[in-house]
Ligand binder design. Structure first.
Ligand code: DAH
Length: 366
């Protein structure tokens, strides 16, 4: 066997025995690299006599091709092996536990609004909305508060400098009551709606923030009376606080948009130094807490909204959503609601998967 044949044989057997891609690369450099032994032979071709070259060049070239092909084939084999290994080791394991629930939680105000929607849907109410940038006609005039009405002054209204095309002053709505007007004008009667949403007043302390939340309720139909109002609010409050012993007290009051008007109080009892809703407020050690404003819709309001007050009447109420959340879930400071403090949200927030239902309870499922 010639030296060349020996060289080729040993190269091929070493390539076949190479253990990995690194070892293979080392062999490629050893034989075919710039200083490689086969490369060195290639260089000798130029110095050969024509006859010798004719005989030797094809052999050297043949050895080079054989070694290069063997290296390429082995390389392919290593790559295929590597792919197999990856496929085997990176296979998706469907038996692993699912990743944790997404971070983030439902704010108690949103949770309470969902609870309200759920409870009132069961009583046949739909959810209505209105703009937060209102005009003073919807916010005041149509609710029986004329331009000079003293109740306007009590609302600490944020006004915009400009008026709308009809000359109405624009403002941030001070209550959700204008949605009563908009719903009656849009839908006509009969009507059963709740209107939860943001409202604004220039006011700020531990129990007041310039932006807060109310929910309005409105029922307009034929032959509606105060008894319907009381039953509806009682049924709602029992479902909301998940207690059968909720007792209401209706006190005469005044709102321009209702006649008669009532202030609705709820009985509470002392449980370990905390006021807990439930029980007769007149019982020893108990008391009454003012919860919401309500009344039979003033006939002037029904007229303003374009309906005939001799045919249609009804009742309305308005209450603070933030206050409901505080009472139900035990937060003390309203300002913390809107600070966006992650720790507060982690503590008081709700799982997005915990949808309020009447059958499973509208409150926290946790
Ligand atoms: N809009 C009143 C307020 O913000 C609350 C209210 C009282 C709403 C009586 C009503 C109602 O619908 O009948 O102070």
């Amino acid at each position: 066997m010639t030296d060349l044949a020996n060289l080729q044989d040993s190269a091929l057997s070493r390539i076949a025995a190479a253990e990995d891609a690194d070892a293979l690369e080392a062999l490629r450099i050893e034989y075919l690299g710039k200083q490689g032994s086969i490369s060195a032979l290639m260089k000798t071709v130029g110095k050969m006599s024509p006859e010798e070259r004719q005989e030797q060049a094809p052999k050297i070239q043949g050895a080079r091709t054989a070694v290069a092909d063997a290296i390429a084939a082995r390389k392919d084999a290593f790559e295929a092996q590597e792919l197999e290994r990856k496929l085997a080791s990176e296979r998706l394991d469907l038996t692993l536990p699912a990743p944790g629930a997404p971070k983030g939680s439902v704010h108690p105000v949103s949770q309470v609004m969902d609870e309200l929607a759920e409870i009132f849907a069961d009583l046949g109410f739909s959810v209505a909305t209105g703009p937060e940038i209102e005009d003073d006609w919807h916010n005041f005039t149509a609710l029986n508060m004329a331009e000079t009405h003293p109740a306007r002054a009590m609302h600490d209204t944020f006004y915009f400098p400009d008026r709308d095309a009809d000359g109405n002053r624009m403002l941030l709505r001070t209550h959700t009551s204008p949605v009563q007007i908009r719903s009656m004008m849009k839908q006509g009667a009969p009507i059963r709606i709740i209107a939860p949403g943001r409202v604004y007043r220039s006011d700020s302390d531990a129990t007041h923030t310039p932006m807060f939340h109310q929910v309005e309720g409105l029922v307009i139909d034929r032959d509606i009376n105060l008894g319907h109002l009381k039953w509806t609010l009682e049924t709602f409050l029992k479902a909301f606080f998940e207690r059968d012993d909720i007792v209401l007290r209706l006190r005469p009051s005044y709102f321009p948009f209702t006649e008669p008007s009532v202030e609705v109080d709820v009985g509470w009892q002392d449980v370990n130094g905390r006021k807990v809703l439930g029980g007769d407020g007149d019982a020893p050690g108990h008391g009454w807490m003012e919860l919401l404003g309500s009344g039979m819709v003033n006939r002037r309001v029904i007229e303003f909204a374009g309906l005939d007050p001799d045919e249609w009447q009804g009742f309305a109420w308005g209450l603070g959503v933030d206050r409901l959340a505080m009472l139900k879930y035990g937060m003390d400071d309203l300002r913390a609601f809107f600070d966006g403090d992650q720790r507060w949200l982690d503590h008081y927030g709700f799982s997005p998967f915990d949808q309020p239902t009447l059958s499973a309870g509208v409150g926290a499922g946790a």
